[in-house]
Design a protein around this ligand. Structure first.
Ligand code: PLP
Length: 428
């Protein structure tokens, strides 16, 4: 038996489903997930020594490619000084300064260790600030797995067909209104009915957890206006889009000012750093300044912050986002052309900065209902054909993909060549 399979067999006896996060399992595409040993630049190697061009990139953080030498050096230097102090450090001040500089809607920021914590804390803050209970989220958007947000929440949950999760009391989610993504009229209706009770609207401005779905300008503008008119807060979840679609995040592309922003993934450069931040009068409600409690033993961990700081410095290299965006566009154009060459019409793609969607659909989806129509069988064949040829895409048709600055022309061309072969096989 091969090493990967025997590891997976052992893992399944010890860890639920053999994985420490359900999106890593290959449940929807079938087969054993690859056990990864090491990674460098755009490549990962599994325990059997097989190389893969990686378009998952730890689900977004590795924007500089794997094991960037400057990030690794910064981490090693931090390790030499101690792993964790549970006390304030200079690095936390420096990373807060960078975040406030790069995301102008953020005046104060609190570091946490995961996007889930950022979402959970942002919601508590919005409720504490407004004194209201109801929150609005959108179908297919994922904001972490805290109880009140685990309703119609995309990817891992879509893949397993669960609209929400067992173990969440209805009394917790009864305050969560779920509306259709990209439907401004529903927002108008909801605010007309419940406007005075709504604490916040939380949104992924480019949704990345039902594959990539672009929010429309009208949708985003409508929620900003309604929140302002009704005294509710707008929370833009930039855990995935922050420093990924543009240096200023999705909010800079939509020219929208959130009251609270959630960050994660890229700000840790592969280490556990996430954050929520926003207007000063709102953030000052957070403990110890205000009555909204929030805490974390490892929040602002010095090793993780060193990784984040080095990453934030390198993404400010002039031309970084132009290059990242154009490599991602080349990938999508090449994959789509490869499908057409093989006579496959049910395939297209889209990208924003270094984030992309590939869809087994004739045209780009505008919301959750469109995404659900994807040709699952075609995606599974594509996924396995590419994996065999050394290209690692997310093992689900509901996930967005990511490109790093190390995905140069040769890497993209190799990917497209693998796609030509894969689509030709599928079309046989
Ligand atoms: N918000 C968004 C938009 C995400 O994509 C994710 C994770 O994929 C989260 C929140 C949760 O982040 P974490 O997995 O770090 O808890």
């Amino acid at each position: 038996m091969d090493l990967n399979q025997s590891l997976f067999d052992r893992a399944q006896e010890l860890i639920p489903g053999g994985v420490n996060s359900p999106v890593r399992a290959f449940r929807s595409v079938g087969g054993a997930p690859r056990f990864i040993e090491r990674a460098k630049g755009p490549y990962m190697w599994d325990v059997e020594g097989k190389a893969f061009i990686d378009y998952v990139l730890s689900w977004g953080p590795m924007i500089l490619g794997h094991n960037n030498p400057e990030v690794v050096d910064a981490v090693k230097a931090a390790v030499d000084n101690g792993l964790s102090f549970g006390a304030a450090t200079e690095g936390e001040v420096r990373i807060a300064q960078e975040i406030v500089k790069l995301v102008p809607s953020i005046e104060e920021v609190r570091l946490v260790s995961s996007g889930t914590e950022a979402g959970m804390s942002a919601i508590r803050l919005a409720r504490g600030y407004t004194g209201r209970n109801k929150i609005i989220k959108f179908e297919g958007c994922y904001h972490g797995h805290s109880d009140s947000l685990l309703v119609k929440a995309g990817s891992g949950l879509l893949t397993f067909g669960n609209p929400s999760s067992a173990g969440v009391p209805a009394s917790v989610t009864e305050h969560t209104l779920v509306l259709e993504y990209n439907n401004p009229q529903q927002l108008e209706d909801a605010f007309r009915q419940w406007g005075d009770d709504i604490a916040c609207v939380i949104v992924e401005a480019f949704a990345g957890n039902m594959n990539l779905v672009r929010g429309t300008q009208e949708f985003i503008d409508t929620m900003r206006r309604l929140c302002t008119e009704h005294g509710a807060l707008l929370i833009v979840d930039e855990v995935m889009t922050g420093f990924r679609v543009a240096l200023g995040g999705a909010q800079s592309l939509f020219n929208v000012t959130p009251d609270i922003t959630m960050l994660g993934k890229v700000i840790g450069g592969g280490m556990p750093v996430a954050a929520f931040g926003g207007r000063r009068d709102i953030m000052e409600k957070v403990a110890p300044c205000g009555p909204v409690y929030q805490a974390g033993t490892l929040s602002g961990n010095p090793v993780a912050v060193a990784s984040g700081l080095a990453t934030l410095r390198l993404i400010q290299t002039p031309g970084f986002y132009e290059k990242l965006g154009s490599q991602t566009e080349k990938l999508i154009a090449g994959l789509t052309a490869a499908a057409r060459e093989a006579g496959i019409e049910n395939f297209c793609g889209d990208s924003v900065g270094g984030m992309f969607g590939i869809y087994c659909l004739p045209e780009q989806p505008k919301g959750f209902a469109d995404v659900m129509k994807a040709d699952q069988a075609l995606f599974n064949s594509f996924f396995h054909g590419m994996l065999e040829r050394g290209v690692y895409f997310a093992p689900s048709t509901f996930e967005a993909g990511f490109v790093s600055i190390t995905h140069d022309d040769a890497v993209i061309e190799k990917t497209i060549e693998a796609a030509r072969e894969t689509f030709a096989d599928i079309a046989k």
